[in-house]
Design a protein around this ligand. Structure first.
Ligand SMILES: *[C@@H]1O[C@H](CO)[C@@H](O)[C@H](O)[C@H]1NC(C)=O
Ligand SMILES: *[C@@H]1O[C@H](CO)[C@@H](O)[C@H](O)[C@H]1NC(C)=O
Ligand SMILES: *[C@@H]1O[C@H](CO)[C@@H](O)[C@H](O)[C@H]1NC(C)=O
Length: 812
């Protein structure tokens, strides 16, 4: 490197030295002799011809003992060669030693001549030659420069030193070619000279930790010399690098059921700086407390570990930042994205949105009874749900919008069979393994009045002994209705009908709640023996349902009638005498006791006994026929008047009996009976007899009329063949009224048709006393069988319960 200031000066020095060389022999104006000689000239080298310059010859010079006188005993560098008269170099001359940095270096001495003593001044100027190289104070300097130092920074370097002067001194500096530094040399006159390294481009320790620079100083000699300085630059670290993550974003996914402690991700950040500047620690960036509980970060290793439990259903992904920081606080961030992967950890949830309290049993299939909602918190196939109703119930699910299902009936309901259903809905998701849940709902079936009451039997038979007390219960009917509450509450009633024209309610009553049937009145078997009523069972529904049953009431006989003797007249007063021919033979019929019993069966099976007789053994009576026959031939000796007391007894339990007296007169002629008046014969008896005759005549007449009437009726009412007395009707006879069971000898009862004939109020004045008495006996006082005066009827009961009626009004 060259600097113009230097060049100019060297040029001046150069000219000066040339001039000096040329004028070696120039004498000073004061007679001073001057020479010049370069330093380091070889010893013996001629500097100048001193003799000539002094104006003498060599001989004179030696004769006059010319010599050099050096001041102060200093070294003598020159000497006079007396043989030649030349001034020669006597000793090595080192200008740097003699004069140092002085620009002019002159040796002065005096030439002393004797004979005559003469004194001349002489000066020898020592000229510089480039015999010294530039030298730096140290071979090596070490610089420590922080990499963070800015461009333009300067670093002091000492100048190189060159002992030579002028052009031979240091003329320029050269710095080895490099990227970072340049060299400036400051050589302002009058000021300290120094060099400076200038940072022209910033250092980077991470690229280059050390630099070796060579600074060369070159002098200006014709053969330039140089000196070098090794500059060792150590680049000190500055925290100029932030840690750098291996990835800007770390994306991971993990199943939501990952256990605590699972390594989520490891982040790595590197820092090029060294030492503390390069020591990376990790920490979370701004993060919510929730996340802080969920993830933990190892500040040294960068391991992110799960410290809580994930729940896909709460949060499907997490995102946060992790900061990597070096020792002096430079930081950088990386983003962590954690995708939570769903695991089938939620069972479906079944919710009942609505459910009918109850559903009527008559709802048609397909009716909606409830709505459910099914949900699964998982996602994907884990939330696909299959729903069904378990068990064998008449309900099914029908999908509605989205996750809603309707519960609809799928069949007919019957509350009487199943009154309550437990509907269990099962929901299964399609995860693997699948999760399921179930829910049970109760649904009650509401009643509808769809069942009529049903009687246990369609036909009831009730047997009631006659002469019952009013209010006696005779039977009970029972009907069941499986419906609920009032729809199944059974109320009993009688169908209003009439028996013999009398409302049935006057015969029977029924307890509406219990179905117990009571007799309202006392019954008389002799009046009627059976009848039917219809009982209705009705529930309390709206509208009510009903059904009916038939109750046949059979009145059973009791032995409540004692036999009645029709003939002979029962009253003791009405004495009656039978004539018995004197010639009556054994076995001949003498008389007949005619008795009837209003009862029936055994109760009416009469037997006759002679309890007392005037002549026992003369007469006997047929046990059942009542015929009085002679037991032996009548003889003259037999008493004329025979008296028999006959008891008529029925076969009931206990038996009832009646007795009568029969007066027999054994005579062929009434006139022969003068003592007849002795017998308890009274006026009234004849009167009675005549009554009886009238009665018999009347009965005969009546009988005939009756026959005619029957024929007439048969002709007139051919179209009603089932009318009274059709076929084997028992025709009432005077002695045997039709309602009386006729007892045959063998005791068999005629029972195919039993007809009661009765003449009521309308016949009060008639002479059919037996009938009236019968009525009197059998209709107890207060009896409810009302009869209007013209209410004369014949009522027939058949086994089948048919009632045959014929009005007697025609007859009377
Ligand atoms: C329904 O379930 C209840 C209890 O959960 C039970 O008492 C009842 O007997 C069940 N009913 C039917 C019809 O199963
Ligand atoms: C009886 O049935 C009717 C319909 O026939 C119904 O409306 C009513 O609720 C039922 N009563 C009860 C107590 O179930
Ligand atoms: C009784 O029931 C029968 C059939 O069960 C019916 O035909 C009849 O009409 C019913 N009678 C009454 C009075 O309800």
């Amino acid at each position: 490197m060259e600097y113009s200031g230097f060049t100019a000066r060297c040029f001046v020095f150069g000219v000066t030295s040339i001039l000096l060389l040329l004028s070696t022999v120039m004498q000073g104006s004061q007679g001073e002799i001057s020479y010049s000689v370069p330093e380091e000239t070889k010893v013996g080298t001629v500097i100048g011809n001193l003799a000539k310059d002094l104006g003498m010859n060599k001989k004179e010079l030696s004769t006059r003992k010319a010599r050099l006188d050096v001041d102060g005993g200093s070294k003598r560098y020159c000497d006079i060669d007396l043989n030649t008269g030349n001034l020669i170099v006597a000793e090595r001359i080192d200008r740097e030693q003699l004069c140092g940095p002085k620009t002019v270096c002159v040796l002065t001495s005096e030439i002393i001549l004797e004979n005559p003593l003469e004194l001349h001044r002489m000066s020898v100027q020592i000229l510089d030659i480039n015999d010294n190289a530039p030298i730096f104070a140290n071979d090596v300097i070490k610089l420590e420069i922080r990499e963070s130092v800015d461009k333009g920074a300067r670093f002091f370097v000492n100048e190189a030193h060159d002992a030579d002067i002028g052009l031979n001194a240091v003329q320029r500096y050269t710095l080895q070619d490099n990227d970072h530094f340049s060299f400036i040399f400051h050589s302002n006159p009058g000021q300290e000279k120094y060099g400076e390294l200038v940072l022209k481009d910033e250092l980077d320790r991470e690229k280059q930790e050390e630099l070796q620079l060579l600074l060369t100083a070159v002098d200006g000699g014709s053969q330039p010399r140089s000196g070098t300085l090794a500059i060792h630059v150590t680049v000190l670290d500055a925290n100029d690098n932030a840690p750098v993550f291996s990835q800007p974003v770390y994306a991971v996914s993990m199943p939501e059921d990952s256990p605590v402690g699972t390594l989520v991700v490891t982040v790595i950040a590197t820092d090029d700086d060294e030492g503390a500047n390069g020591e990376v620690t990790y920490e979370f960036g701004h993060i919510s407390n929730d996340l802080l509980g969920l993830f933990s970060l190892d500040p040294k290793t960068g391991n992110v570990v799960l410290s809580g439990s994930l729940d896909f259903e709460k949060e499907t992904s997490y995102e946060f930042r992790i900061q990597a920081k070096d020792g002096s606080g430079l930081a950088s961030f990386a983003k962590i994205i954690i995708d939570v992967v769903d695991v089938n950890d939620n069972a479906p949830i079944i919710q009942l949105k609505s459910l009918s309290n109850s559903v009527p049993e008559n709802t048609s299939p397909g009716t909606e009874v409830g709505i459910i909602n099914v949900q699964d918190k998982d996602s994907g196939t884990n939330r696909q749900i299959i729903c069904s109703i378990s068990g064998n119930v008449p309900f099914k699910l029908s999908p509605s919008i989205k996750n809603y299902f309707s519960i609809v009936t799928s069949g007919q309901l019957d509350r009487e069979l199943i009154a309550e259903y437990n509907i269990t809905v099962i929901a299964v998701d399609e995860g693997s393994p699948p999760l399921s849940s179930s829910k049970t709902f109760q649904l009650s079936v509401a009643d509808v009045n769809d069942n009529p009451p049903v009687f246990e039997e369609q036909f009831y038979k009730a047997y009631l002994a006659e002469n019952n007390k009013p209010g006696t219960s005779i039977c009970s009917v029972n009907a069941r209705d499986p419906d609920w509450r009032q729809n199944g509450t059974v109320l009993y009633s009688l169908v209003s009908s009439e028996v013999n024209g009398v409302p049935v309610s006057s015969f029977l009553s029924i307890n509406a709640d219990t179905g117990v049937i009571h007799a309202v009145r006392s019954f008389d078997y002799e009046q009627f023996r059976n009848f039917k009523v219809q009982v209705v069972a009705r529930d309390n529904g709206s509208p009510p349902l009903s059904s009916n049953a038939t109750v046949s009431v059979f009145v059973t006989d009791e032995n409540d009638n004692s036999p009645q003797i029709l003939y002979p007249a029962p009253e003791g007063k009405s004495l009656m005498t039978e004539m018995v021919p004197k010639a009556a033979l054994s076995g001949s019929l003498v008389s007949k006791v005619i008795a009837v019993d209003a009862d029936s069966g055994q109760n009416a099976w009469l037997s006759y006994h002679i309890v007392k007789s005037t002549d026992p053994g003369l007469f006997s009576i047929g046990l059942h026929s009542g015929e009085i026959r002679a037991q032996r031939d009548i003889s003259e000796s037999d008493s004329m008047k025979q008296n028999l007391v006959i008891s008529v007894k029925d076969n009931g339990q206990p038996a009832l009996s009646t007795s009568c007296s029969v007066y027999l007169l054994i005579s062929d002629n009434l006139a022969e009976v003068p003592e007849l008046k002795d017998m308890t014969y009274e006026e009234s008896s004849s009167k009675l007899t005549s009554y009886l005759i009238i009665a018999l005549v009347s009965v005969s007449t009546f009988f005939l009329t009756f026959i005619i009437l029957i024929l007439a009726v048969r002709f007139c009412r051919r179209r009603k063949p089932r009318l009274l007395f059709d076929g084997a009707v028992a025709i009432p006879s005077a002695y045997l009224p039709p309602n009386y069971a006729e007892v045959e000898g063998a005791g068999t009862l005629r029972s195919s048709y039993n007809c009661d004939a009765y003449l009521t109020t309308g016949s009060h004045t008639s002479d059919f006393k037996f009938i009236r008495s019968y009525n009197d006996n059998t209709l107890p006082a207060g009896g409810t069988l009302r009869k209007s005066p013209d209410d004369s009827n014949i009522i027939c009961f058949s086994e089948a319960g048919e009632t045959l009626e014929v009005s007697w009004d025609v007859l009377f």
